[in-house]
Write a protein that binds this ligand. Structure first.
Ligand SMILES: [Zn+2]
Length: 281
């Protein structure tokens, strides 16, 4: 039973893709910004190089708490796991925190960025949202707590720069979980700007869809978040080269425009009252 997913992550991913009707997740797929998709038990995480520095940032951490997938990836690039400087966590579900646990266990000096609501789950102060997680979180090893973890708290609109090579903008997209965040990441390597959406949405061959209700806290809020996110990107005139969910293949931003067009108009929520913060890393 243990580590079955490590034997054949693609088999699980393939079955889950068929069951949910989403675009297939391809392990090892290249994304803009010279990022790579690592598929891990139908979740995925992304090492993103910080320019040509030989260092990287991860978006999420997959399922594997032993770090074998990550180890293999860095070895293929003649790097060590110490090359990971930071992890941007979209939300604290068990299938997104694996690499964080493995890196901390190995004493790698990483900075973990997450929203305050997700930090509460990491600290073990509360259980995460999601119908299925409410059950699985009670099983040994399937909760998402990393007690004592030091997290850099992000709020909607905060930005992080990794030198002048990677520019990150945090976007609140609550619903799948209370503190779910997306990250818009601009890379100096190819000038691309990619939106990592975590579990807020998936793509099917016919377009975007809301996160699965069985795995989500509140799909109504999630739906509203997707509409708001789309409105915001259109309003700000931001060019997005790809939208990358964690459980389905990626797609063009126009799919979110089509999704929005098919929904009722939403009333914008206020995400924050203070000015956004910039963190230079
Ligand atoms: Zn999730």
């Amino acid at each position: 039973m243990q580590n079955n997913y490590e034997i054949s992550p693609n088999l699980i991913s393939c079955l889950a893709t068929k069951a949910t009707g989403v675009l297939p997740l391809v392990d090892g797929a290249f994304l803009p910004g010279e990022s790579t998709r690592i598929v891990d038990a139908h979740s995925s995480f992304y090492p993103i190089p910080i320019g040509n520095s030989g260092e990287m940032v991860l978006v999420d951490g997959g399922m594997d708490k032993h770090g074998k997938r990550l180890e293999r990836f860095v070895a293929q690039h003649d790097l060590g796991i110490g090359a990971v400087r930071a992890v941007l966590l979209t939300h604290a579900h068990r299938d997104h925190i694996g690499a964080i646990v493995s890196l901390l266990n190995r004493g790698v000096d990483i900075k973990v960025f997450a929203s305050a609501a997700e930090d509460e789950v990491l600290q073990g102060q509360r259980r995460s949202e999601g119908k299925l997680q409410m059950v699985t979180d009670r099983l040994p090893g399937l909760d998402a707590a990393i007690p004592g973890i030091e997290t850099e708290i992000l709020e909607d609109g905060d930005t992080i720069s990794f030198g002048d090579q990677l520019q990150v903008k945090a976007l609140a997209i609550p619903g799948h979980t209370k503190g779910s965040m997306g990250f818009e990441i601009k890379s100096s390597l190819d000038g691309s700007n990619v939106l990592y959406a975590g579990d807020a949405l998936d793509f099917t061959p016919s377009g975007a869809k809301n996160a699965l209700w069985l795995l989500s806290g509140d799909t109504k809020i999630s739906n509203q978040s997707i509409i708001e996110l789309t409105n915001r990107i259109v309003r700000e005139g931001t060019e997005i080269d790809a939208v990358v969910p964690a459980h389905s293949g990626d797609a063009h931003f126009n799919n979110l425009r089509r999704y929005r067009a098919a929904q009722k108009p939403s009333i914008p929520r206020i995400h924050r009252y203070s000015a956004p913060r910039h963190i230079a890393f």
